[in-house]
Design a protein around this ligand. Structure first.
Ligand code: AMP
Ligand code: MG
Length: 403
């Protein structure tokens, strides 16, 4: 069965979600968790911020003291970041305060130093402030004991900084799913090998390994499978020991496209065999026992795009992360575009900013085998089946090349 783009992405979410993969967790030092998936709920170990924090250099004071301007307040001390003011700010008083310092007791706002003049012991204040202006109140970002990061979150720089802020030097993360990579094709030779004129270097295994690692998986390259049933079957069986098996090539209609036949012989359940997308139409998704596989089309751009669309979200779920469908952004079309294929099209393109709007233009490319064009792109222009006639300036979807 051939499915639409939307049906294909739902099939991935539902089928793998229903399998409810529960990867084992391990404890890792904070520095090593980049790209991993959080396996515990993390709570604030103190209020964030832990005190009423000044966010400007200036004077801590009582906002009510500024009813008449300019106001003259007596400066009774100074407090820098890393210090605290012992006394209390009384009516008619202020304390010189630096960014990051705790607000002294009695004060409820900070006036920026730019709006003041120092007159010996007194400070002239020229601007009024609201209570709590230029202050972030204690616990306003998160109160002690509140959840700051939930299990299933992918940990990147911001999340890692937050873990540091709540004192998590060691973090429980899920084991990365093992993803076997099996390119197929009698014409495909290893990168180290000098190809004969009719042979093709195995670029797909390199692209896929990098994509798997970026998606949070552990790439397991299995070598190149020939277009021969017995050898192919043996290598597929080996690949099915991993959490996920990615095949490339051998899923089209050619006489030597044997992947589906071999999988069927292994009693595979196919969730779809073909998706209404270009590139990537022959894409296959299914399961043998409890192991999922994708048969990705062999053309390098098809392999790349179908990974980004379907395999990246699959690896996320298998790795214990929340489902993360591909993110489409909007840009204006640089040139008119007509199509009537009935497919969802993903065309290598470049988006740039012009007069403050993102503008997208297709790169020069020769179709789904063209890695040169794809490497020159920074996104894919996404055209949906109902968008048959688009004019220059129309808003369209773009998918960043890598997410
Ligand atoms: P297939 O899907 O097997 O019909 O292959 C489609 C096209 O992709 C053919 O031109 C293949 O030579 C090419 N191709 C298949 N596998 C790879 C690979 N691992 N690396 C680079 N190109 C490939
Ligand atoms: Mg082939």
């Amino acid at each position: 069965m051939v499915v639409t783009y939307a049906q294909a992405i739902s099939a991935v979410q539902e089928r793998i979600g229903q399998a409810n993969p529960m990867p084992a967790a391990e404890i890792v030092p904070l520095e090593g968790v980049g790209g991993r998936v959080l396996a515990e709920d993390v709570l604030a170990d103190r209020d964030l911020p832990p005190f009423h924090r000044a966010i400007r250099d200036g004077y801590a004071l009582r906002a009510a003291d500024l009813s008449a301007l300019p106001a003259l307040l007596r400066c009774v001390g100074e407090v820098a970041a890393g210090q605290h003011f012992e006394g209390k700010v009384l009516p008619g008083q202020c304390v010189s305060i630096m960014t990051g310092a705790p607000l002294p007791v009695g004060a409820d706002a900070v006036v920026m130093v730019e709006h003041t003049s120092c007159l010996g012991e007194h400070i002239e204040i020229q601007r009024r402030v609201q209570p709590w202006e230029n202050v972030v109140r204690q616990g306003s970002e998160a109160a002690l004991g509140a959840s700051v990061l939930a299990r299933g979150r992918r940990l990147r720089a911001a999340e890692m900084g937050l873990l540091a802020a709540v004192g998590k030097g060691r973090v429980a993360v899920y084991r990365r799913p093992n993803v076997a990579i099996l390119p197929t094709g009698d014409e495909v030779v290893a990168v180290e090998q000098r190809p004969q004129w009719f042979q093709i270097r195995n670029s797909n295994a390199v692209t896929l390994s990098a994509q798997v690692a970026a998606a949070g998986g552990e790439p397991i390259p299995l070598g190149i499978a020939p277009d021969r049933t017995d050898a192919l079957r043996e290598m597929i069986e080996r690949g099915l020991h991993s959490d996920l098996l990615l095949l490339s090539g051998g899923v089209s209609m050619g006489k030597f496209d044997l992947v589906e036949e071999v999988l069927a012989g292994l009693r595979a359940e196919f969730f779809f065999q073909g998706a209404a997308i270009r590139p990537g139409k022959p894409l296959v998704f299914g399961r043998v026992c409890d192991r999922f596989f994708f048969g990705l089309p062999g053309n390098p751009v098809s392999t790349f795009v179908t990974f980004e669309l379907f395999v990246r979200p699959a690896i996320a779920i298998l790795g214990g992360a929340d489902f993360e469908p591909p993110l489409f952004l909007r840009a204006r079309l640089a040139k008119p575009c007509r199509h009537s294929s009935g497919l969802t099209m993903f065309t290598p393109a470049r988006v740039r900013v012009q007069n403050r709007d993102p503008v997208v233009e297709v790169v020069n490319w020769q179709g789904s085998g063209d890695l040169v064009g794809t490497a020159a792109a920074n996104c894919f222009l996404v055209i949906h089946p109902d968008q048959t006639d688009l004019a220059a300036g129309d808003w369209v979807d773009v998918m960043p090349r890598e997410q």
